[in-house]
Design a protein around this ligand. Structure first.
Ligand code: BLA
Length: 500
């Protein structure tokens, strides 16, 4: 056998989870030809659920299985799930199309309790969410409500950062379980194709981590001659890598629900159960709704803090403009009057470079260090705005002054005019769920990648980083540049007019 010389995490993103060709074992996957509703493929567990071996079903019309009146419309794209009876058992059938195939997920219908359970909770949930004063409180309420409604052993709110690493920002769990609150996990744990599916499907359960995957028969679609895309099936089997991951974590079943803010996957409601656990379609819809309400509430929180922040910056910028208009010297107007450019962007210090002179304010590197930073680094940047929270990683010389300037935000006004803002280093201890350097190894027995075995807390001291810059800082800086250019232009015109 050929082993990859180097274990490559890119392989995670290539795991073909959409054409996995197998289902989970708590229901039956049935595939028909859309044009005539003849059965073309089925899971090999039809005997267990329907009492009919798979070979007997293949090629037969759907009516052979569903001995009841139905019409093709019942299973069209977007139609409601249908309750059917087969072999004396009740199933809920969820249907969707995949190319020329109609994919039917048969899920055994458990005798549900109160069908209005969720509706009755709604007002309570909304009130709890609206009472929350902070994102932390909101997340914690959401975790508690999810656990109360669906009874998982551990419920976490998992938030992605800009690099798609994640952090458990709220948690509620059985007392005897180890807390994971505050732990971080690397981006490769939830690869991109999995995150993309969450944006679409929003809720996914893994009913039993210790299940035996059920192969589709035949594996290749007889209609297209290709593997069938079953990414939209609620029964789709799980990537073996992720199953191993959950086993290593000691998890028996999971539910994950997407938190989507402004069209982007913001995080997950991540639930674990120690043993197998199935939520039926209606419960999953309730969970989807809860996640939607949480998403809306998070959007509101983020929008209102964004609005406050931008109103503040706006008012400071207006005062700076007024100062520039009443001063002859722009640098003095920005740095020595009652309102200062340092207030515009959250920072520990700043510098203005103007016609080969430095004006330094607050905590900054020295003029000599800034000369080198400007000439050897900032001037090489292709755009007039540049920002980083980890300058020394990009410009090693900056290691010398990382205490004052791990964060750099620079604005070029013209070739001989720059404004810089600095943020100090904040040493942080970050704790990961397992050593993130050992994310994965090549498993010779299985001939595939395996995830790390240990999720033992692993702490890392992060040095050379500042707090991040705010996304609004870019708009603020751009607007300031416009203002300065305008003031300078008006002044230049007046000078020319005076000369004439
Ligand atoms: C999927 N990995 C996932 C999912 C989660 C995590 C939530 C989605 C599960 C679902 O679809 O229900 C990760 N789960 C976590 C994390 C926590 C948790 C971080 O509870 C923290 C508390 N995984 C690896 C490596 C690879 C990998 C190294 O660790 C690749 C080699 C792959 N993870 C992987 C794949 C999926 C996945 C392929 C998709 C599984 C599927 O949908 O079939």
């Amino acid at each position: 056998a050929q082993y990859p010389v180097q274990v490559n995490l890119d392989n995670c993103a290539k795991e073909p989870i959409h054409i996995i060709g197998k289902s989970q074992a708590h229901g039956v996957l049935l595939v028909c030809d859309r044009s005539n509703l003849n059965i073309t493929q089925a899971g090999e567990n039809t005997s267990e659920f329907f009492g009919i071996p798979v070979d007997e079903l293949l090629g037969k019309p759907l009516s052979f299985l569903l001995k009841m009146p139905f019409s093709g419309h019942d299973f069209e794209e977007g139609s409601l799930p249908q309750e059917v009876e087969v072999n004396g058992k009740k199933f809920l059938v969820l249907s969707h199309t995949s190319e020329e195939s109609l994919v039917l997920d048969f899920e055994p219908l458990s005798t549900v309790g109160d069908p209005f359970f969720f509706q009755k909770q709604l007002t309570g949930i909304l009130n709890k969410f609206q009472e929350a004063q902070s994102l932390a409180q909101l997340s914690s309420e959401a975790a508690k409500l999810t656990r109360k409604m669906f009874g998982y052993d551990r419920v976490m709110i998992y938030r992605f950062d800009e690099e798609w690493n994640g952090e458990v920002i709220a948690e509620t769990k059985n007392d005897d379980m180890e807390p994971w609150l505050g732990l971080r996990y690397p981006a490769t744990d939830i690869p991109q194709q999995s995150r993309r599916l969450f944006l679409k499907h929003r809720v996914r359960i893994i009913a039993n981590v210790h299940y035996t995957p059920v192969p589709l028969k035949p594996e290749i679609s007889p209609i297209t001659g290709k593997p069938l895309d079953i990414s939209r099936s609620s029964l789709r089997a799980v990537s073996p890598i992720h199953i191993e991951y959950l086993k290593n974590m000691g998890v028996g079943a999971s539910l994950s629900a997407a938190i989507v803010v402004k069209g982007k996957l913001w995080g997950l409601i991540a639930c674990h159960h120690n043993t197998a656990k199935h939520l039926d379609f209606y419960q999953r819809e309730s969970c989807r709704f809860l996640a939607q309400m949480l998403s809306t509430e998070i959007t509101l929180h983020e929008t209102s803090s964004l609005l406050n922040h931008s109103e503040q910056a706006e008012s400071i910028r207006r005062k700076l403009v007024a100062q520039m208009k009443s001063h002859d010297n722009i640098v003095e107007a920005l740095s020595r009057d009652s309102v200062k450019y340092l207030e515009l962007i959250d920072c520990g210090g700043g510098a203005i470079f103007h016609i080969n002179q430095w004006e330094l304010n607050g905590n900054t590197p020295t003029k000599e260090q800034l000369d080198s930073l400007l000439n050897n680094f900032i001037k090489q940047q292709p755009k007039s705005l540049f920002w980083t929270r980890n300058l020394s990683a990009l410009f090693p010389e900056a290691e010398e002054y990382k205490k004052t300037a791990s964060g750099l935000f620079s604005l070029k006004i013209s070739d001989n005019k720059y404004i810089l803002w600095f943020k100090p280093e904040v040493v942080q201890v970050v704790t990961w769920g397992g050593n993130p350097q050992n994310k994965v190894f090549y498993n010779e027995k299985e001939q595939r990648l395996s995830p790390r075995k240990s999720f033992e807390k692993w702490s890392e001291k992060l040095t050379g980083f500042s707090e991040p810059w705010h996304e609004l800082d870019r708009n603020t800086a751009r607007a300031l540049r416009e203002n300065i250019s305008h003031v300078l232009l008006v002044r230049q015109r007046r000078e020319i007019e005076a000369l004439n």
